[in-house]
Design a protein around this ligand. Structure first.
Ligand code: 4HQ
Length: 253
């Protein structure tokens, strides 16, 4: 996988991606990350990347010419067919684990991180394949959104996560929330670790974790349960969870 992020703040993207899982994946050559500054693709003395909006109004709009040239340059660096140009914007499709899963089979993702009020619509319409959004809120620039895509997609590349911390165990991988996690000490003023996790019965632990995932999803995100088909075993575990909540007034143990 090759990521090409287009940003007026290339260090912001490069630095943030250098940490942790993404940093290691880049170091190990499992993913490539390049950041392109549209300012380097201007031709005037002032290196102008923005201009006043037609029709008036506050703020500035990113000019399409530097963006067009920067995307052409990024395309030359990977002669790949499975390539997508994606603009990060609140007008886009909501980013989900499924969307990212599909994107992770691309060979090259060109991510456009805009600043100011936005980008000249002609660039979005003619050059971008898709617009993606983090959610219904506004941030100051597309960089953080692009970094989220780079991070979340990188985790899905084979070999990036060790087998133990496989992406399969994360929240949202199977459409469910993750189960609770505990580490030492076993007993504390804040409460005790659920006994089943201490017993070494791996089948029982697996069932408990699945039941917790189902129960938490039911309690916190019932909308997610409507989108998936539960197995008979999962339906039984969720029923148990609901019975326990009725009895104990809580979802644990
Ligand atoms: N932006 N999801 C870039 C966002 C946003 C979002 C606002 C993107 C400003 C210039 N990006 N423009 N929500 O709020 O991706």
């Amino acid at each position: 996988m090759r990521f090409d992020v287009v940003s007026l703040f290339p260090e912001m993207v490069m630095n943030a991606a250098g940490y942790g899982v993404t940093g290691k994946a880049i170091e190990n050559g499992l993913v490539d990350l390049a950041v392109w500054n549209p300012r380097d693709f201007t031709h005037d003395r002032h290196k102008t990347v923005d201009d006043r909006p037609y029709g008036g109004g506050p703020g500035m709009v990113m000019k399409y010419q530097p963006l067009l040239d920067v995307v052409d340059a990024a395309k030359l660096h990977a002669h790949s067919v499975r390539r997508r140009v994606i603009c990060l914007s609140p007008q886009g499709k909501l980013i989900s684990q499924q969307l990212l899963q599909e994107a992770s089979t691309s060979e090259q993702l060109i991510l456009i991180a805009g600043r100011y009020e936005g980008i000249d619509e002609r660039f979005i319409a003619e050059v971008c394949d898709e617009e993606w959004s983090l959610g219904d809120y506004v941030i100051s620039g597309g960089e953080l959104a692009a970094l989220i895509v780079v991070d979340a997609v990188t985790r899905l590349i084979p070999g990036v996560l060790g087998d133990e911390e496989s992406a399969k165990q994360d929240s949202h991988y199977d459409g469910l929330l993750d189960c609770p996690h505990y580490t030492r000490p076993e007993q504390s003023d804040l409460g005790n670790v659920p006994g089943v996790l201490m017993g070494g019965n791996h089948a029982a632990i697996k069932h408990w974790r699945m039941k917790q995932s189902l129960g938490r999803t039911w309690l916190r995100r019932p909308d997610l349960l409507e989108k998936i088909q539960l197995t008979a075993e999962q339906q039984a575990l969720l029923s148990e969870f609901k019975t326990e909540v009725d009895k104990l007034g809580c979802g644990n143990e």
